[in-house]
Write a protein of this length. Structure first.
Length: 570
């Protein structure tokens, strides 16, 4: 891997510091991977705040669209990983005033979960929040998946429209309606000649022969819906536009704006070749192309590929597209002098984290709990390479890295947990995991341990029985939040068999019972190889994942085995 980086673990943090230099109109929100408008305090009560974000690796999205007339704040996760709900909530707090906030979210499970949780947290504190989902990917319009179509580069056009409407002073309800209507008139299709290489993984997300390409792919390193032989530039442009016209709804007048987007390593020459064919092609089909944009709007690291987005427009939308903006990544934005890399602002109530309280373990229960945590974390760290390779086949290749990051955070925090109080420790585990993991795994694991700890905290309930009930209720919470159920090829297919065995044992959970439960989890994880994916990122790949176990379920089996070994270690 040849990249201009220092340490793979530092790329997002150092990128954000660099963006503060390059974009003096944006400053850092202290304690979070969030950039906000430098004048956020001045305008927060004058207009609806527009907030977006997602995993890093899509630059210039999303931070490049911060500015008057576009985004108020952008929230960055790790590479191809949804930001945590804590960071999204902090962004809402930093830029929202009496007019409220609109969250523009690409339709990926992790983004939906984390932005959705943050929206609920903000509403609980009295902030008016609306959320719109962008699902412009037409490659999956005919697919039978519960997840639905993905959000792709067309999201940037939505940023421009709702940002322009917000700047005019329209209400939150009006701006949200404008965004949702525009999403319904937006369609995107992409293709790729090579995969991007994540700095944390060091290898491409998928491999292609010299004469192969992927059609209908997403933006997180996952393969497309179909692999095919290379064709000429004009043939491929026509293929993308035909799919877009088949599924898009652009209005009776067929007035459109086109965005030709570089997915990372496509040259300006190639973009121009696509543009010179796309306009007459659409005009010959009765469309009136009012605007065309070509460049890097939303990338997928260094992927060699292109996507085309077509948006139905009218005079009002055209006005918002043409309106001035200070966002540096939008075409023709004005240039600024360098800012300071460390320029940051604090939000109300923000303070540097204090020192950890090293409670340690004073009882046999506490020592056993700590051994279980340590053993489970070490098992995940040892399994990083295996989980990463599995996720490269069925997902986006970052699971091993995410699980290692979570394990290292838990190891660093273990002595600060109230280890002698199992219920309280489970809650602390949940809070740590939802903060450090990001993606869809963070909120799901957080919910699992928070719910389990809450059930164990109920009075007049035997510890082992409440633990078994807590596991069952934690699984139910995951199902309620993520929409998955047994047999959907998710982490639940390992967790539920484990929970069943433990609950059946009642208060007689011995070492043998616990190991039997782990074996049930391992069998459940292996069985996912024969399950068709209905939710999660694997659902985008359909039958291509059959024969390969679900990495999330395998990760559960790994840490459960480690936990069981630690519980009874002498």
């Amino acid at each position: 891997m040849k990249k201009l980086i220092n340490q793979p673990t530092d790329v997002v943090e150092e990128m954000l510091q660099g963006l503060c230099v390059l974009q003096p109109g944006s400053i850092r929100l202290r304690g979070h991977k969030v950039l906000v408008r430098a004048d956020a305090e001045e305008v927060r009560d004058q207009q609806v705040a527009v907030i977006s974000g997602g995993g890093s690796g899509h630059e210039p999205a999303h931070a490049g669209y911060i500015g008057a007339g576009m985004l108020s704040a952008a929230v960055a996760g790790e590479v191809f990983t949804s930001p945590s709900s804590d960071s999204v909530f902090a962004a809402i707090q930093a830029v929202s005033g009496r007019r409220g906030a609109l969250l523009v979210v690409k339709n990926y499970t992790g983004d939906r979960l984390n932005f959705g949780v943050a929206a609920e947290m903000a509403r609980a504190e009295g902030t008016a929040v609306e959320m719109i989902l962008v699902n412009d990917d037409v490659a999956l319009r005919d697919a039978d998946t519960a997840t639905g179509s993905r959000g792709l580069a067309g999201t940037v056009l939505i940023h421009k429209l709702v940002g322009g409407a917000a700047r005019e002073g329209k209400s939150l309800t009006e701006v949200a309606a404008i965004g949702r209507a525009a999403v319904a008139s937006l369609a995107t299709m992409g293709l790729s000649f090579s995969a991007g290489t994540s700095p944390s993984v060091g290898r491409p997300g998928f491999e292609l022969a010299e004469d192969e390409m992927e059609l209908g792919l997403g933006i997180h390193g996952e393969p497309g819906v179909r692999r095919m032989q290379l064709r000429s530039g004009d043939e491929l442009t026509a293929m993308l536009l035909i799919e877009i016209m088949k599924h898009g709804r652009f209005g009776p007048e067929k007035r459109v704006a086109i965005m030709i987007n570089n997915l990372g390593a496509t040259t300006e020459m190639e973009l121009a070749i696509v543009a010179r064919y796309a306009v007459p092609f659409l005009e010959n089909k009765g469309f009136k192309v009012e605007r065309i944009y070509a460049g890097t709007f939303l990338s997928s690291l260094d992927m060699a590929g292109v996507s085309i987005s077509v948006l139905g427009i009218d005079d009002e939308r055209l006005g918002w597209l043409d309106a001035d903006t200070s966002a540096p990544a939008w075409p023709n934005a004005s240039k600024r002098s360098p800012g300071q890399a460390d320029a940051r602002i604090a939000i109300a109530g923000d303070a540097a984290a204090g020192p950890s309280i090293h409670r340690g373990a004073q009882t046999e229960t506490g020592r056993r709990v700590k051994e279980a945590i340590v053993s489970a974390c070490r098992a995940l760290i040892d399994a990083e390479v295996e989980l990463t390779e599995m996720d490269r086949v069925t997902g986006d290749g970052d699971l091993g890295v995410s699980m290692r990051r979570a394990a290292e955070a838990l190891l660093a925090s273990a002595n600060s947990y109230p280890l002698d109080d199992v219920a309280a420790t489970l809650k602390q585990l949940g809070l740590t995991l939802q903060r450090v993991m990001g993606g869809s795994s963070g909120p799901l694991y957080g919910m699992l341990f928070l719910r389990c700890g809450s059930v164990m905290d109920e009075p007049n309930s035997p510890a082992l029985a409440s633990w078994a009930e807590g596991l069952q209720q934690g699984c139910l919470a995951i199902s309620e939040m993520g929409g998955a159920k047994r047999g959907d090829r998710t982490m639940l297919d390992a967790l539920l068999p484990f929970a069943d065995v433990v609950k059946d044992a009642g208060e007689n959970v011995s070492r043998e019972i616990l190991l039997s439960a782990v074996e049930a989890a391992e069998r459940g994880a292996d069985a996912t190889a024969g399950m068709a994916p209905r939710v999660g990122r694997s659902s985008y790949l359909g039958e291509r994942v059959l024969g390969h176990p679900d990495p999330g379920a395998k990760a559960v089996a790994v840490w459960l085995r480690g936990m069981a070994d630690g519980c009874y270690r002498r």
